[in-house]
Design a protein around this ligand. Sequence first.
Ligand code: NAP
Ligand code: 8YV
Length: 315
Amino acid sequence: MASLADILVVRPMMPSVEEALAEAFTVHKLYEADDKTAFLARVGSQVRGVATNGHTGCPPEIMNKLPNLEMISSFGVGYDAIDTEDCRARGIRVSNTPDVLTDAMAETTMGLMIALCRRIPQADAYTRAGRWAAEGNFPLTGELTGRTLGILGLGRIGKEVARRAQAFKMQVVYHGRSRQKDEPYPYYASLVEMAKASDWLVCIVPGSAETDKIINDEVIDALGPQGMFVNVGRGSSVDEAALVKALQEGRIGGAALDVFEDEPNVPEALFPLDNVVLSPHQGSATHKTRWAMGDLVVRNLKAHFAGLPAITPVS
Ligand code: NAP
Ligand code: 8YV
């Protein structure tokens, strides 16, 4: 029987992933090693595959210890922590988990928008505290219907958000690096101009040098005091200090945030703000979606070690 390929698991993965990896490969768990340097010195030359996620990645100091590494299979569609140029130079393939999380992400985005607009967390707290009976009806709220939604990043997830927003009778416009000729939505070449024209701005671009702090004071002020901002992409895309200040000063209407600059740390200045909904990076966190993401991590490795192309390679 052919020997099983050796896989280095850099960080803890879901039990379903760890079990499936253990069935198909010889697994080495770096995260369990007390002395990681000694561990890598012992097993590094056997390792041909890595399982990780897009936040932990596989840093160069680890890759340097894996001279026979062929493939990095990452959990998540974003792969910010993986230096794909470096991998290309080393001849290492990279895969991620696109598509399988798109619907869950679009659902989370709409959920955050409704929660922020209709003040659902506050209404829940109001009811639980007995304030309905004591003080009367909860104050009136805004409404999504008829509002304009600007989507920054009309990719796989952005398109599904657009579809759902249309079902909510919103008008969709978008900004990206270029117009997408097959999309019916009005395109803005300028993010600031789109923010000016939008009631809601959803950010769903990948974290990259290009998108770093792309949501800055200029964009925030263009969105304005009635404007609502939703970030489900990456915390690095937002000038967080500028956003917090604008929320405190009422220069922006509100924000719903699933991602942050320094996760899991969330700026405490956001906690007392009433015009904010906070979510702990759980956009894709459903049983079904996380299982499918994990399954894809394993299937990508299996495909590669069966001599086939990865199912979802990072291009
Ligand atoms: P995708 O299909 O690659 O879409 C990304 C979109 O961003 C594309 O439409 C792209 O359009 C646009 N874009 C890229 N760079 C840009 C730039 N510099 N300026 C403006 N637009 C830019 O990716 P996806 O599957 O939709 O995922 C998007 C991101 O969501 C992921 O990379 C990840 O960071 C994040 N995410 C978050 C969670 C969560 O749990 N919160 C879960 C999944 C994904 P152009 O190429 O036309 O510019
Ligand atoms: C992941 C994400 O769950 O796919 C992504 O890019 O941000 C989330 O879906 C998260 O990265 C955990 O690895």
